[in-house]
Design a protein around this ligand. Structure first.
Ligand code: HPA
Length: 291
């Protein structure tokens, strides 16, 4: 097994080849002897879901070569392996964002890693601003499509690719968000009495919230919600052929759609209030993953 401590620092953080992934994978396998079936990438406030998993093993980001470390205070980067609803899962805690200054390839690197470790399904959650006027704070939105308004992709620079990869939009490789899993998950939400809707998520770079003019434009383009994450991970997962479910918690009306300024504390408050419902929902979503 390769000793990760002997690996030299990467000169170009945008290029990970299979060998690099093997090194990262080998470092993780020193901690954990089994392979996960599903990855859960949890947005703000949901990291604690890992607490309800059984038989957990924590692998700190610092132990994994090339793993991106979150620069946001209190967001420790780590992988937590455990069993949730009889499914072997890996939680990706402390995701990083493009606005933290990482190249998009590095933002998506944890997805490549968990896929290489065995996960072929991914649930990804986030907090988002509501653009659809009927989405009150606390609404849950299953993501059925996205707008890539950061105009970045982890596929850039990955070398010569077969044409089928270049043609990897909704058409050629199937939808980004699995319709069947989404429908089952929606039923779980309804059974729990939650206000669950569907919609299109617009990914913006951040780190500042959008301007009113940007929200007006995104509304006209067909976005129902807006946020600063998720799409890089989904683009990566789709390239790898993973089955993906996306879930947004609407924490606030997007800029200009309510009186008063947008406030990060409001976002955290709503996430906090939603936490218990979301934890139940996520467990149900894991239960129905396989249909
Ligand atoms: N905009 C962008 N990201 C967000 C928002 C928002 O209004 N709310 C939560 N994350």
């Amino acid at each position: 097994m390769t000793d990760p401590t002997t690996v030299p620092a990467r000169s170009d953080p945008t290029v990970y080849d299979e060998e690099d992934l093997d090194v990262a994978g080998a470092a993780v396998r020193q901690h954990i002897g089994w392979t996960p079936d599903m990855a859960l990438i949890l947005g703000s406030g949901l990291g604690q879901l890992a607490d309800v998993a059984r038989d957990t093993t924590v692998v700190p980001a610092a132990d994994i070569p090339d793993y991106p470390e979150s620069t946001v205070e209190g967001h420790h980067g780590r992988l937590v392996f455990g069993v949730l609803e009889d499914t072997r899962v890996v939680f990706v805690q402390g995701r990083v964002h493009l606005y933290e200054g990482y190249p998009v390839q590095q933002v998506a690197m944890p997805v490549r890693l968990v896929h290489a470790l065995g996960a072929d399904r991914m649930l990804v959650t986030n907090s988002a601003g509501g653009i659809d006027r009927t989405f009150d704070p606390g609404t849950l939105m299953f993501i059925t499509g996205h707008l890539n308004m950061a105009f970045a992709s982890p596929g850039v620079g990955s070398g010569a690719m077969p044409a089928r990869r270049l043609a990897g939009g909704d058409g050629a490789r199937g939808p980004f968000y699995d319709p069947a899993w989404t429908t089952r998950a929606e039923q779980v939400a309804l059974d729990l009495g939650l206000d669950a809707r569907r919609g299109t998520y617009a990914w913006t770079l951040g780190p500042s919230y959008e301007t009113k003019a940007e929200i007006r434009a995104l509304d006209r383009l067909g976005a129902d919600a807006v946020g600063m994450s998720t799409v890089p991970e989904v683009l990566q997962a789709h390239r790898l052929g993973m089955t993906v479910l996306g879930l947004s918690t609407i924490t606030n009306p997007a800029a200009g759609l309510a009186s008063g300024a947008l406030d990060h504390d409001e976002v955290l408050d709503v996430s906090e209030r939603m936490r218990e419902d979301l934890m139940e929902l996520v467990q149900g979503i894991v239960r129905v993953a396989e249909g």
